[in-house]
Design a protein around this ligand. Sequence first.
Ligand code: PLP
Length: 432
Amino acid sequence: MQTTQTAEKLALDGGPKTIVEPLPAGHATRSLIDEREVEAVAAVIRSGKLFRFSDHENSECTRFEREACEYLGVRYSLFVNSGTNALISALVALGVGPGDEVLVPAYTYIATAAAVVAVGAVPQIVEIDESLGMDPADAEAKITPYTKVMIPVHMQGVPCRLNDLRRLCDERGLLMLEDCCQSIGARYFDRVTGSIGDAGAWSLNYYKVITCGEGGLAFTNDYRRYERMCFNGEPGLPMWMKDNYGDNFGWQQEPFSNLGLRCNELSAAMIRVQLAKMDTALGRTRAIKRAVRETLSAEPRLYRLQHQDDPHGDCGLSLALICRDQDTAARFGQALSAEGMGTGAAHREGFPDRHIYRYWDSILNQRAYHPNASPWTHPAYQGQVSYSPDMCPRTLDILNRTLRLGLNVNMTPEHGRLIGEAINKVDRLLAV
Ligand SMILES: *Cc1c(COP(=O)(O)O)cnc(C)c1O
């Protein structure tokens, strides 16, 4: 690996490149998949026990749920087959339904809003700020008499302004559901993201911090809410989970039936191995990000780092530079790419990125699976929302001038230092 001292010229202008060898490609815990995952899945196949309720107490699913609870510091969790379904489970657990509004940030995967629609409620789309998460002031402005739940989202492993948002929820009598689909393992001061809300959700799909291909986890500290998650995901539950006398399991509430979100033992076996490896993976990515931060100049000219209440708790998988305008971001990104660190603006005009509200066509157009099941025209709904592609101009403005950089477990702190040097160089030399 080669490093360059202060170069006079940007690589873009024919100067030497800061990062000479290509940065290693990779991802989070997925990049650490090895024979341990293969063995864990093979062992389940050999055992012939492919159904969690064959031996519920000892099933892989139950073990994973216990281990995840321990990691999170919460009491109850339910393994389901996607992050979207984990969000739906949590919304049902919190009692959300037709007539309710739910606050969602304008920058999140469309599934956050889709989950709200799926339970018959109306999403209220809230601006983000330079934390790249929900803006507490706009959240407050969008509370109505019908608002029941707020869903803060921690994008790319970086916690949003949880203290302010939690305080707002408590003051205004809202419940909080933390969408931790992208922030498994992220900490917020002394807690793990997901344990601050009244319920939380993980996604375990291929792109997330840990993965078994597809999967999700819903969790809460409240037993009755957990029970509702269970009913919501398995109409046959009172049949599968009965005690030795054939009575029901001791459910405290009358069961209801809704969806089939049951998960399988093969996925559970794999995700248990991934969870066990996660701290190793995040230890590496955090060390890389620390190296970047320690290298970055204390007073950059052209950008600010994404705001973090707790700068040390995030997963270390991403870095966001927020430039002062879109043109600077575009030129900064180009110059940085030429130095060897690929990057681009978080919002690129014309690319239908489903992580930005502007491209949630089905939500903006208020389409439901059946005209009589529309949350927006449901007789129980007394409120009124209107959506448009430019309803959150601050979100679009911030994303237009935000450069996103990805870090991964195959990089080293030395790479982190080089990335920091490349950013410093561009910041020093780019003409303004
Ligand atoms: C991935 C993701 C989801 C949905 O998870 P799936 O497992 O794909 O259903 C929800 N919210 C956010 C923020 C996500 O990144």
